[in-house]
Design a protein around this ligand. Structure first.
Ligand SMILES: Cc1ncc(COP(=O)(O)O)c(C=O)c1O
Length: 453
């Protein structure tokens, strides 16, 4: 981080007297004592203790940061948010990181920014096509439609669960302007060929990294390959701030546009509670407004308010310090499940990391091969795991084109979505989050095995 070291615990603006500094320290010490007193050491009882597919992992310092932000009483985006954006950008190796109030909002900002008239001929116009997949989360697709663009769905590969690069090439037509796709459950999609394709064809590339914080492709962080990367900090994800998300980019124009759309559509970039940072607040002419109209109230876009509060940012900032150990645990947990389940190959399809990648897994996807009677066995396996108190999740929307929300929505499908349909019928995932230990993982493996043996 640039500038003086960030102190999350004291706030020189608020804690001006020795008394207030001492009181704040006392409160935060008590917060730690409280957290430790209520934190139950969970005794794992196989078959009785619920093992969720995803789970936040908090410690006392997360809560101290949260309370410290509360004591600041700034409430909106402030010093914690600035520090989070700064540190998140350096973690990602990007020039900019901008928070948003969810991963879905980050996705909305990414696509909406590309529609800005300020991008001239590079901008997305109504009816332009965006290539994506149907086997994923709905709010990767939603912002495409919400901006009057047309989603073009192609199939995914198994067992990587990621977009098929040849299908993308086939899908590109005269109106194709962008590719917007997620790294499925943390497994990076084929960034090398797709990055090259986008550069050659002048297509925007947006990476939905909501499930992939810390994943790498050819050694480089996902999110830093595309024009924009998006992230979610919902409690299920690699780090959390309750509700929250972020976009990252190296592009000055896109950073400015996403900030404008996030902050009511305004032209001015003064942070909340400040004005005239540019020193030219009353010296400019915009549209048909009178000369020198207050820049703080000039709107270059019809925008939103998708900012986060400093309480959210504070938890994110604290969690970010633990990201390397969270990622390591997710990778270790994934490997333990994979090794334990490998002899079930034939009954289930095991996931495979994309060549050249090092995923920071969000979950462990399993595709159940159909039974001898040709019938899907997924539901019975999920119910079997449910009986053993093991949480499962489907691969989100399965096949998005079959969801009720897509009725009457203009879209194109290129090729057969055969693997997507297989995922819709036969796939699910179990957890690899840092709240799972070896004993729990071994129990999960054993329980899955009893279904087949
Ligand atoms: C791939 C993907 N994109 C976007 C989102 C939306 O994130 P949020 O829940 O923060 O809105 C999710 C949610 O889990 C997701 O899995």
């Amino acid at each position: 981080m640039s500038g003086p070291e960030f102190d999350p615990i004291t706030n020189d603006q608020n804690d001006r007297s020795q008394d207030s500094k001492r009181l704040r320290k006392e409160i935060l010490d008590k917060v730690e004592s409280y957290f430790l007193s209520v934190k139950k050491e969970r005794q794992f009882v196989p078959g009785r203790t619920y093992l969720p597919a995803s789970q936040k992992v908090l410690d006392a310092s997360d809560v101290q940061y949260l309370i410290s932000a509360g004591l600041d009483t700034w409430l909106t985006s402030g010093r914690f948010n600035d520090a989070f954006e700064d540190r998140f950008a350096s973690t990602m190796g990007t020039k900019y990181a901008l928070t948003a109030n969810s991963g879905s909002s980050a996705n909305l900002l990414a696509i909406t920014a590309l529609t800005s008239r300020k991008l001239g001929n590079d901008r997305l116009r109504k009816g332009d096509e965006v290539v994506t997949v149907a086997a994923g989360f709905p709010t990767t697709v939603g912002p495409i439609v919400q901006n009057g663009l047309v989603p073009v769905f192609v199939d995914v590969d198994l067992p990587t669960y990621n977009i098929n690069t040849d299908a993308v090439k086939e899908a590109i037509g005269e109106r194709t302007r962008a590719i917007f796709v997620a790294h499925t459950l943390g497994n990076p999609f084929d960034l090398g060929p797709l990055r090259r394709l986008c550069s050659d064809r002048s297509l925007w590339l947006i990476e939905d990294c909501c499930d992939a914080l810390g994943s790498r492709y050819e050694g480089k962080q996902v999110g830093s390959w595309g024009d924009i990367g998006t992230f979610s900090f919902y409690p299920a994800h690699h780090i959390t701030m309750g509700e929250g998300g972020a976009t990252v980019t190296n592009d000055d124009r896109l950073a400015t546009l996403m900030e404008s759309f996030r902050d009511w559509g305004r032209d001015c970039r003064c942070p909340p509670g400040r004005e005239n940072v540019c020193g030219n607040r009353f010296g400019q002419k915009f549209g048909q407004l009178p000369d020198g109209y207050d820049h703080k109230y000039v709107y270059s876009h019809l925008g939103y308010n998708l900012k986060i509060t400093d309480m959210q940012a504070s938890v994110g900032l604290s969690q970010l310090r633990k990201l390397p150990e969270f990622i390591k645990k997710r990778r270790d947990n994934f490997s333990r499940l994979w090794d334990g389940l490998r002899d079930l190959e034939g009954e289930i399809m095991l996931p495979q990391a994309t060549a050249g990648s090092d995923p920071s897994w969000f979950g462990f996807p399993i595709t159940v091969e159909v039974g001898a009677d040709g019938q899907s066995r997924r539901r019975r396996l999920i119910e079997h795991l449910d009986d053993g108190r093991i949480g499962t999740r489907l691969l989100f929307a399965g096949n998005m084109t079959k969801q009720p929300c897509m009725e009457g929505i203009d879209h194109r499908v290129v090729g057969e979505l055969a693997n997507t349909d297989q995922i819709m019928y036969d796939s699910f995932w179990v957890g690899v989050h840092p709240g799972l230990d070896d004993e729990m993982l071994d129990y999960m493996v054993a329980k899955i095995k009893t279904f087949f043996h």
